[in-house]
Design a protein around this ligand. Structure first.
Ligand code: X90
Length: 280
């Protein structure tokens, strides 16, 4: 296989069928413990530990070396990362690319900053797979052009119960975080075009929040395209959301999955994220 797709673990997936794929883990760090976002992690154990832990907790992105290791000896790599506006992940991938291409003339790496995370990255990876498998004659450059065009049509919408960990780690302003710290108040937000957390609404209760998410998606051009939902210990809300979308778009290609460590840490318990395609 000429092509390899690599994503950091904020994508919440550890494999992708039919193509060469690998995930590069981020880490969740406290003064006493470190959790690696890979398939060996016991997520419930981590969340239980963190909810009892009173000290500081943070995250760390993979370094250049870890990216290089994931490139392996692939001829052509597509590396999809969490937003470079909020994480050093993309930067590390770009530095790894430079050193890889220098060390191995002829090999190529394309680093794609999702300006987003989670299920929007999954849409990008699935499209890459489709392009790679569809036509063996398609060149690396052609795939890059196609995927960059596609990324203009993908979006991320979410609802969160708490922005504590985002605020504590400087990923959102304390002012924004305060709005959703109150009991029973959720925010609905989206990944902005700059790759930051953009709050859109506050909602008391989940039902209204889910309606707002769908409204925002439609405003943004959603007409029944692909939908990838993930949740942090909130399967009921994920199912409810899918049901809501299906009442208007019964034929949409949709799936529900779990957040792994990185997204669980930031989206926190109850958080719901959805990546979707717009038709605009
Ligand atoms: O340590 C690191 O380099 C990782 C930092 C990641 C910070 C952002 C994580 C966001 C996770 C939360 C809800 C969606 C926010 C979307 C913003 C684009 C998911």
């Amino acid at each position: 296989m000429k092509y390899k797709i690599i994503m950091d673990s904020s994508s919440n997936i550890f494999d992708l069928e039919q193509v060469s794929f690998s995930s590069v883990p981020l880490k969740i760090i406290t003064d006493q413990k470190e959790f690696t976002d890979d398939p060996n992690l016991d997520l419930n154990e981590m969340l239980t530990y963190l909810s009892a832990y009173k000290g500081r907790s943070g995250t760390a992105c993979p370094n250049i070396h870890e990216w290089l290791e994931a490139f392996g000896d692939a001829e052509y790599v597509f590396a999809v990362t969490i937003t470079g506006t909020l994480s050093g992940c993309h930067n590390a991938a770009v530095q790894a690319k430079d050193s890889y291409e220098k060390a191995h003339p002829g090999r190529r790496v394309c680093c794609l900053d999702s300006l987003s995370t989670g299920p929007e990255m999954v849409l990008i990876a699935e499209k890459l797979r489709e392009l790679i498998l569809s036509d063996p004659e398609l060149s690396f450059e052609q795939i890059e052009t196609e995927i960059r065009a596609y990324m203009k049509q993908t979006h991320l919408i979410f609802t969160l119960e708490s922005l504590n960990n985002m605020a504590q780690n400087g990923r959102v302003s304390p002012l924004v975080a305060k709005a959703c710290g109150l009991l029973g108040i959720r925010i609905v937000g989206q990944a902005s075009s700059e790759g930051t957390l953009q709050p859109l609404h506050k909602s008391r209760g989940i039902a209204k929040a889910l309606k707002m998410m769908l409204e925002e998606m439609k405003k943004n051009g959603y007409r029944g395209g692909k939908l990838r939902i993930v949740h942090c210990q909130n399967e009921a809300a994920a199912r409810e959301f899918l049901k809501l979308v299906k009442t208007e778009f019964p034929d949409c290609d949709a799936s529900i999955g779990n957040t792994t460590a990185l997204c669980s840490f930031y989206a926190e318990k109850g958080g719901l994220m959805a990546g979707y395609e717009s038709s605009l």
